[in-house]
Design a protein around this ligand. Structure first.
Ligand code: VGL
Ligand code: ZN
Length: 184
């Protein structure tokens, strides 16, 4: 395990795994994340959760690009059961709750105590966050880039990612690497 680190698991949520926005390689990404956690005992483990109201602006009915997904109170908004043993409520950060705003990045996600992911990382003196999750092209990339901009040294676990499109996944990985995000 890397010193001063934390694992940030992004949107390993049913709608991105087997639901309305099922992503490629999602089962593998979840299994590899569980294996990574068991082998490395990363601490802390933070979870980002896409968590939309039913009328969210990113849904097609409102003119957005996506089918309804991760709607608050539905199974599709829940974290995969294999990860639940590692979830602590105060380390879950919700995003996309404002109906009028798209929010791909988990960086400004908020826990139920009202603390942001950024704030909690700083409180825990995390310097070297490790990111995995779904989808590479959207939430993973935006979260990793926001961390980098804020001065964190960022690592992405490339075998623990799922994606909307193979080509977009590949391009996002190349872009992140060129920006200084470490891929392992
Ligand atoms: C995401 C599309 C819509 C993501 C969230 O987490 O990558 N993508 N909402
Ligand atoms: Zn969303």
């Amino acid at each position: 395990m890397i010193k001063d680190s934390a694992l940030i698991v992004v949107d390993m949520i049913y709608d991105f795994i087997d639901g309305s926005m099922a992503c490629l390689e999602a089962d593998k990404a979840v299994a590899n994340t569980v294996a990574y956690i068991k082998e490395n005992h990363p601490y802390p483990i933070l979870f980002v959760r896409d968590h939309h109201p039913a009328n969210h602006c990113s849904f097609a009915a409102q003119g957005g690009p996506w089918p309804p997904h991760c709607v608050q109170g539905t199974r599709g908004a829940e974290i995969h059961k294999d990860l639940l043993p590692f979830v602590e409520d105060e380390l879950c950060f919700f995003k996309g709750e404002n109906p009028a705003e798209e929010q791909y990045s988990g960086f400004q996600g908020i826990n139920t105590a009202g603390q942001s992911l950024q704030e909690v990382l700083e409180l825990m003196e995390v310097k070297n966050p490790i990111v995995c999750g779904i989808a590479t092209e959207y939430c993973v990339r935006n979260t990793a880039e926001d961390l980098l901009k804020a001065g964190f040294k960022v690592t992405v676990l490339k075998d623990c990612l799922a994606y909307v499109e193979a080509e977009g996944h590949k391009k996002a990985l190349e872009a992140m690497q060129a920006e200084g995000i470490r891929l392992v």
